[in-house]
Design a protein. Structure first.
Length: 625
């Protein structure tokens, strides 16, 4: 499957068609989207995963703010406005071009820094236009030193003295005719009285010829005696230019400055291949930040609970992980097999809540807190750390809710959504779990970001303001995945699913298909129960609130697994559950599709419509003055 999913079966009598002339006719939109994702994964990530920044992010961790800290010159100060120029290529890629060189670049060469935002991520590239190769480190030669010109060579070969002729030699062999004698010579016209004047004129001509010959010979001698090169006649290179229009060079070298690229595409409603964005509009920066928060991978959140024998209350279950006392050692070993610990404040990937995810941590925003020790897993409750695992296509955060999360949820008051409790039909295990719907008070603005009960109170404002606008796309169904460790297997019948549901908020509820259709619609809840047997194996029991057990593998209901494979199988099953529910949803849009839609919205809002002449005029203007 490839993006060009063409119907390529032609009759033998049909003339051959080139690939660019063939019409795209994918079997379905989903097939095309899946093919695009597969092709990008093959080209970009096969052999190149993990990226330099680690598996936590497929994006470059550089953005405008971090790049401007390393630029040279005063033109990058806030009072001068944003020095970036933004263009949209092929209605799918936003390119921000910065012409100021970075602080680590010493060469006076055309340098451009490009921030490229596309459907599959954000990438930063620094490019230089260089006409000479780089000098090795430690060499005393300068990168821009004059290489000099070759020395003159005296032996230039045999010099042939050829007398120039106006006509070829064959003309002299032609027999003269009477017509050639129709014009008389000067000698035949001069009389004896004028003969002295003619002789005097001939002597003047001979003297002038001799004088010019002497001057020519003297000049040749002077030229031979002068050193080479001559400072008066030597061609010197112009002074090295220190200011360049690198953005224009970048667009020109990639072929985006042609007249065809600036014209509207015929028979379509698409904009031109090259679109200029209005950088004076302050909303552009906010929309670019919102685009950066749309990850290029699917994300899932798994909440892990520990249930001691006979426990039925949510507070008792949450209190278990506060200390290692009374916790089976196999449980802690199981937690560490799910993923690796990451610091929420420094993490650039998914953290289990949208308010602290996909951010670029700044040193001034990081608060050093003493790590909690001796816990039974509560350190991974999302306040300081979470357990994280990621591959090319998905990322998972494993959270162990604690009693601190429960107290924070109660103390939030008007900051958190109101929780309305109802008791529908019996859920898993025969109990009647409470069903929660998220509703905000009428006095609270709708665009206010929901605060996570597991996120710190003092989270910086810039982390949450990006999610204030209502989303035009959905990310699939609201699926909750619980992993429950049981000391007594029969306790799965009394597990308080509804009471623990408020502890599993991820902030994505407002972007899911469930919340967009009905805020009170039941969530899809899947539970994976684990019970340690005396023989060292682990019994698996799986349930779902909809009455049907998920067909996701490798775990199935009733399976018994070993200690070595427990963590990896639970993790893969949780990933497959989320992936299966997203594919079953008609409203689900893959991450690269959501990013593409957001880019098209940016084009519609900030497209700076100009004629070809206005575009070239603005492009050649010196924006630094």
């Amino acid at each position: 499957m490839f993006p060009e999913a063409f119907k390529m079966l032609n009759r033998a009598s049909d003339p051959p068609k080139y690939k660019q002339d063939k019409q795209r006719q994918p079997a379905s939109k989903r097939v095309q989207e899946a093919a695009e994702g597969l092709l990008t994964c093959i080209i970009q990530h096969v052999g190149a995963f993990t990226p330099p920044c680690g598996p936590e992010s497929l994006f470059s961790l550089l953005d405008e703010k971090s790049l401007l800290k390393y630029t040279k010159g005063n033109s990058c100060l806030p009072e001068h406005g944003s020095p970036f120029r933004y263009y949209v290529l092929e209605n799918a890629i936003v390119v921000g071009l910065l012409e100021q060189p970075l602080g680590n670049i010493e060469d006076l060469l055309p340098t451009v820094t490009a921030l490229i935002r596309g459907p599959f991520g954000r990438h930063a590239w620094v490019m230089q236009l260089r006409h000479s190769p780089r000098i090795k480190r430690g060499s005393s030669k300068s990168h821009l030193s004059d290489p000099g010109r070759p020395m003159p060579v005296e032996n230039v070969g045999t010099h042939h003295s050829v007398k120039p002729r106006n006509f070829p030699e064959s003309v002299d062999k032609v027999t003269a005719t009477k017509a050639e004698k129709s014009i008389p010579t000067l000698e035949s016209l001069v009389t004896d009285e004028k003969r002295p004047e003619l002789n005097k004129l001939k002597s003047f001509i001979e003297k002038q010829d001799q004088f010019e010959s002497q001057i020519g010979q003297r000049k040749q001698q002077e030229v031979k005696s002068m050193p080479f090169p001559n400072q008066d006649t030597e061609c010197k290179p112009p002074k090295i230019t220190e200011e360049f229009q690198a953005a224009r060079l970048f667009l020109s070298h990639y072929g985006f400055l042609s007249l065809e690229a600036l014209k509207e595409q015929s028979n379509t409603s698409l904009p031109p291949s090259l679109v200029t964005l209005d950088t004076t509009n302050p909303g552009l920066t906010n929309d670019l930040e919102m685009l950066d928060t749309i990850t290029a991978r699917d994300n899932d959140t798994v909440h892990v609970f520990y249930v001691k024998s006979g426990q039925r209350l949510a507070q008792d279950i949450l209190r278990n992980v506060g200390s290692q006392r009374g916790i089976q050692g196999q449980f802690l070993e199981f937690l560490h097999s799910l993923g690796w610990p990451v610091d929420v404040q420094k993490h650039a990937g998914w953290t289990g809540h949208i308010s602290t995810s996909w951010k670029i941590s700044q040193p001034e925003d990081i608060q050093e807190n003493a790590p909690r020790v001796g816990t039974g897993g509560s350190i991974y409750d999302g306040q300081q750390q979470v357990l994280y695992w990621a591959d090319v296509s998905s990322e998972v955060a494993f959270i162990v809710p604690s009693l601190d999360n429960f107290h924070r949820l109660q103390n939030d008051g008007d900051k958190s959504p109101q929780l309305s409790v109802s008791t529908p039909s019996e859920g898993p295990g025969g109990t009647k779990p409470t069903t929660l719907s998220l509703e905000r008070p009428l006095t609270e603005p709708r665009n206010k970001t929901m605060e996570s009960p597991s996120s710190p109170h003092d989270a910086p404002a810039f982390r949450t303001r990006r999610f204030g606008r209502p989303s035009t796309v959905t990310i699939g169904p609201d699926t909750k995945i619980f992993v429950v460790w049981l000391e007594n297997f029969e306790d799965h019948e009394n597990f308080p699913t509804g009471d623990l549901l408020p502890m599993t908020s991820t902030g994505l509820e407002q972007y899911t298909a469930t919340s967009s259709s009905s805020m009170r619609q039941d969530k899809d809840i899947f539970l994976i129960y684990i019970h340690a047997l005396q023989n060292g194996l682990f019994r698996i029991h799986m349930e779902g609130n909809t009455g049907k057990i998920s067909m996701a593998i490798p775990l199935v209901d009733g399976m018994v697994v070993s200690r070595r494979t427990l963590g990896s199988m639970v993790r893969q099953t949780a990933i497959n559950i989320g992936r299966r529910k997203r594919l079953e949803s008609d409203s689900y849009q893959p991450p690269h599709v959501r990013r593409k839609i957001k880019i098209q919205e940016i084009v519609d809002k900030y497209h700076l419509k100009m004629t070809e002449s206005e575009f070239y005029t603005a492009l050649f203007q010196d924006v630094h003055k």
